[in-house]
Design a protein around this ligand. Structure first.
Ligand code: FES
Length: 184
């Protein structure tokens, strides 16, 4: 299988020099803290609208913890419905969409800003330069020049295992990128 190891998404020329300006307290020095704070903000907003705590966290923008099998990659339950979940610890976006599953790198392929899922529009958008992507990671418009980077993944019973060491860039390995899909 062609492999494109994770560091290809972190090339020096991909470094987001301006990200510190956009997220001075969060990215890239402490992106996880940023995500945690964002999650709290979303929950607080939903609660302010009268949603119960359960409703808040049951929204399609969910934060899903991974289970680690010995020696393997992170594992997640197969999503029951279309939507996007984020594993903030491993910086993985897990998507179920129209009968398929995908595992994306959280970082925008343009300059590594953490992507956001826009539930209302059912697409991803980068907060930095507004690049937009379909739920399958396909590029729509913006400064990026490729789709969202996809991790290799496989199904094991009721779980999906993601290989964090195999990351496909659409421009460098289009066939690998196209094959990083799990049909459900
Ligand atoms: S960082 Fe530039 S479009 Fe995402």
């Amino acid at each position: 299988m062609p492999q494109d190891v994770r560091d290809d998404g972190r090339d020096d020329d991909d470094a987001c020099a301006a990200c510190d300006d956009a997220f001075p307290d969060a990215f890239p020095r402490d992106r996880r803290a940023f995500l945690r704070d964002a999650a709290v903000a979303v929950a607080a907003a939903l609660l302010g609208l009268g949603a119960s705590p359960h409703d808040a966290w049951a929204r399609p923008l969910a934060f899903v913890p991974a289970r680690r099998a010995r020696g393997g990659g992170p594992r997640y339950p197969v999503p029951a419905q279309d939507g996007a979940s984020i594993d903030r610890d491993n910086e993985v976006i897990l998507v179920r969409w129209e009968g398929a599953a995908y595992a994306f790198n959280l970082a925008c392929p343009h300059q590594n800003t953490a992507l956001r899922w826009m539930e209302r529009d059912r697409r991803f958008q980068c907060p930095k330069h507004k690049s937009r992507y379909r739920p399958d990671g396909g590029f729509i418009e913006g400064r990026a020049t490729r789709g969202m980077d996809r991790f290799a993944l496989r199904r094991d019973g009721a779980e999906i295992e993601v290989d964090l060491d195999v990351l496909y860039r659409q421009d460098r390995d289009p066939s690998g990128w196209s094959s990083a899909v799990l049909r459900l």
